[in-house]
Write a protein that binds this ligand. Structure first.
Ligand code: CTP
Ligand code: MG
Length: 372
């Protein structure tokens, strides 16, 4: 029995307030819509996405040729009907792009119920709040027994012909099962997932992040370095040579920005520090350039499974003036770090300290990395 999946993604995301469709909001490495596609793709034969009018091309390019994109309607039910018109499966799953993190395992359980002969299957989780029914004037008219209440999620699964029959009336409902119920069909509720929450507001994105479990794999690090000016030395700073400038002391090229960055990366990844990795007991690194050390650091942290999210370095000193060569510095550091996202800023210290007195240059760096 073949399975089609319709992803309802044509909403405007009014309550989220991003100013563009909610399905295109980025959650860590991909959009909500791509998350939904990646959970469904391993276990269904056909995926149809209902796109907001005007976004069809963008969504099609994002998802590739294997995914069918149709224009959504003015309500969720109308969008689903547009998808249903091109669905070829014996079973049809209807899923909200907004429930981006529903797992493949949940999809499989919905499918298994259909295969065992159910006509309609919906995931649901027990309600934690007491629910009251109210009238138009805001008065309570009833308190249903909480024990019998479930909060309904997607993907919802249906025998294709039953879903078509339910939609034939062109009625609107907030989910598809409601249309089956209205037609007298039997809807089976299976245990849903906390992670299949509907992302409605920005706060939901924070909850979603906790389900991805990525927060514990994101690590920040810090690094600082300073060197004294030394007449007769060439200045190397931020991976660049500064021909007209006085250099600094140091057994290497004395590139304080590069050294601070290496330390920030070691700090983030808990792989020691500049001294323990490239210190005097490792003579092969004596005199190594800042660029070489950044390359070597990248190789070490990559081997440990880390990917750089971004690196920021601030150069502290009266000279040289960084502003005019900022783009060049960013490019040089980024190249040494495999194309990493880099920012370079600079400051003076109001005449205070070794940098303010013009005795040398310092740099402070932070790095954010994630473990893959
Ligand atoms: N949806 C759809 N077509 C519509 C309206 C909604 O395909 N005309 C989809 C949404 O893209 C979403 C799902 O139905 O994936 C559930 O709707 P909801 O969470 O309400 O999303 P939005 O309508 O986009 O959000 P809002 O109501 O805040 O505008
Ligand atoms: Mg809506």
């Amino acid at each position: 029995m073949s399975i089609s999946a319709i992803i309802a993604a044509a909403g405007s995301g009014e309550r989220f307030g991003a100013g563009y469709p909610k399905a295109l909001i980025q959650l860590v490495d991909k959009t909500l819509l791509e998350h939904a596609v990646s959970s469904l793709a391993p276990v269904v034969d056909q995926i149809i996405v209902t796109a907001p009018a005007g976004f069809e091309k963008q969504i099609s390019e994002l998802l590739g040729d294997d995914i069918i994109v149709v224009t959504g309607g003015s309500t969720r039910s109308a969008s689903v009907r547009n998808g249903l018109a091109v669905a070829t499966g014996d079973f049809v799953l209807v899923h909200d792009a907004a429930r981006a993190l529903a797992s493949t395992e949940l999809v499989q359980r919905v499918i298994a119920e259909l295969q065992s002969g159910r006509c309609a299957v919906v995931p649901g989780i027990p309600v934690v709040d007491t629910i009251k029914e109210t009238n138009a004037e805001g008065f309570v008219v009833g308190t249903p027994d909480r024990a019998s209440l479930v909060s309904i999620q997607t993907p919802q699964g249906f025998i294709a012909s039953e879903l078509r029959a339910a939609h034939a009336s062109s009625k609107d409902a907030t989910d598809d099962a409601a249309l089956i119920e209205a037609n007298g069909g039997k809807v089976k509720v299976i245990i849903g997932e906390e992670r299949a929450l509907k992302i409605t507001t920005p706060a939901d994105l924070v909850t979603a992040l906790s389900f991805i479990g990525l927060s514990k794999n994101i690590r920040a690090g810090i690094g600082v370095d300073a060197h004294t000016f030394a007449e007769g030395r060439q200045l190397w700073l931020a991976g660049l040579h500064w021909p007209e400038q006085v250099g600094v002391e140091g057994h290497s090229d004395g590139d304080v920005a590069a050294h601070a960055i290496c330390d920030a990366l070691f700090s983030a990844t808990q792989l020691g520090d500049l001294g323990s990795n490239f210190g005097t007991d490792r003579p092969e690194y004596a005199g190594a350039s800042g660029t070489q050390l950044m390359q070597e650091t990248l190789s070490m942290i990559s081997k440990a499974g880390y990917v750089i999210s971004n690196v920021a370095v601030q150069i502290i000193g009266n000279r040289p003036k960084i502003g005019t060569r900022r783009a060049e510095a960013i490019e040089a550091i980024s190249a040494a770090l495999g194309g990493a996202d880099v920012s370079v800023t600079a400051t003076t210290t109001d005449g205070l300290g070794l940098t303010g007195e013009g005795k040398g240059i310092a740099a402070i760096a932070t790095a954010l990395v994630s473990k893959q």
